[in-house]
Design a protein around this ligand. Structure first.
Ligand SMILES: N[C@@H](CCC(=O)N[C@@H](CS)C(=O)NCC(=O)O)C(=O)O
Length: 124
């Protein structure tokens, strides 16, 4: 029985989108909760992510209402970190090739897209 996993996201956030896609690709049972970034609920910053960003996942602890997160769940933020976490949870999902060369190529792609995001932010 997998532990509870809840993804807090925003549909227009590319960081959220990549985590959601990975969870779908891994067929991971999870809940999603859309955070209103224009009007963040107080419980989100006090109990889920003190810096108020999405995506973030809660993992483990009791399976309860996402608006009432448990202190017993692990809180994992940063899309790249969450992606690695999903791979660790679902090593056979095919998200990350086991072949070392292909693995390195995927990591190169992730690294390159992360740098591109930085450039993009410089223009907006
Ligand atoms: N480096 C973070 C960036 C996350 C990020 O910038 N999230 C934005 C949405 S795209 C956000 O939550 N903004 C709301 C805020 O900062 O108050 C990641 O990769 O997860």
């Amino acid at each position: 029985m997998p532990k509870q996993l809840t993804l807090y996201l925003h549909k227009l956030s590319p960081y959220s989108q990549r985590v959601e896609m990975a969870l779908i690709e891994a067929s991971a049972p999870c809940k999603t909760y859309k955070v209103d970034l224009q009007n963040k609920p107080e419980w989100f910053t006090s109990q889920v992510n003190p810096i108020g960003q999405v995506p973030i996942v809660t993992y483990g602890g009791p399976d309860i209402d996402p608006e009432n997160p448990s202190p017993l769940s692990a809180k994992i933020s940063e899309s790249n970190v969450i992606l690695e976490f999903v791979v660790d949870l679902y090593p056979d999902s095919g998200l990350l090739p086991k072949d070392p060369v292909l693995h390195a190529k995927v990591r190169f792609f992730i690294n390159a897209t992360t740098k591109l995001e930085g450039l993009l932010h410089a223009f907006i």
